[in-house]
Design a protein around this ligand. Structure first.
Ligand code: CDP
Length: 211
């Protein structure tokens, strides 16, 4: 079984994906980390404004080269949203993600284009969202927890800009698949959001569908 979870920055999709995968004993792939790994390679060893550097990094990527903590840094996320608009970068990362989606007994992938491009055949698609203000609040808490200084207004501006770039790019934009279940987590804490996601999976499994 494939569970596709898409949504904007700081919507909670990564934590939901991880916990839903653990619940079912499935493998989990946070596809944002792959784009972040490409971005980090370019930041270390190339120029962000040179698409050829990003394409080369994507084509020779070892997705497990960097520690997750280093990839989670804010500037890496920003750089990831820049290189992820390049069609050749996306196509270089396609096979790895599609192979992962075939993992047995099942896989949970989260990102921006899982239900639309990577695994349109996924049995369960969930589109996780929350208001930009709530997402900025969560991202600020997360960064504070990592000991970074935070300016919540700047984080909000960054989230709005990131949404704009991810939603309006020509290739594989962030959008809800027509058959995806919408999960708005604005008023849900993470436990409630995970429960709601599992409820969606269970409803689909029971053949009832929802939303
Ligand atoms: O949650 P946040 O947006 O901070 O980070 P992420 O999910 O790790 O994604 C970082 C960036 O990678 C996003 O802004 C997207 O531009 C890009 N991305 C993408 O284009 N496609 C994916 N499947 C996953 C991430």
């Amino acid at each position: 079984m494939i569970i596709a979870i898409d949504g904007p920055a700081a919507s909670g999709k990564g934590t939901i994906g991880k916990r839903v995968a653990a619940h079912y004993g499935f493998r989990h792939l946070d596809t944002g980390l792959i784009y972040r790994a490409v971005a980090k390679s370019v930041l270390e060893d190339g120029a962000l404004d040179n698409p050829a550097d990003a394409i080369r990094a994507a084509q020779s990527l070892d997705p497990f080269r960097f520690a997750e903590d280093d990839l989670k840094a804010d500037e890496v996320g920003k750089a990831a949203s820049v290189i992820s608009v390049i069609p050749e970068v996306r196509s270089a990362l396609l096979a790895f993600q599609r192979d992962f989606a075939k993992s047995l007994p099942g896989a949970v992938l989260d990102g921006r284009d899982i239900g639309t491009v990577i695994a349109p055949e996924a049995e369960v698609k969930i589109f996780v969202t929350a208001t930009p203000q709530e997402r900025a609040r969560r991202r600020a808490l997360e960064l504070k927890g990592r000991g970074q200084a935070v300016d919540e207004q700047a984080i909000l501006a960054d989230i709005v800009q990131r949404d704009e770039r991810d939603t309006n790019r020509a290739v594989a934009p962030l959008k809800q698949a027509p058959d995806a279940h919408l999960l708005d987590t604005t008023h849900l804490d993470i436990d409630a959001a995970v429960r709601a996601a599992i409820d969606i999976v269970e409803a689909v499994r029971a053949g009832r569908g929802r939303g």
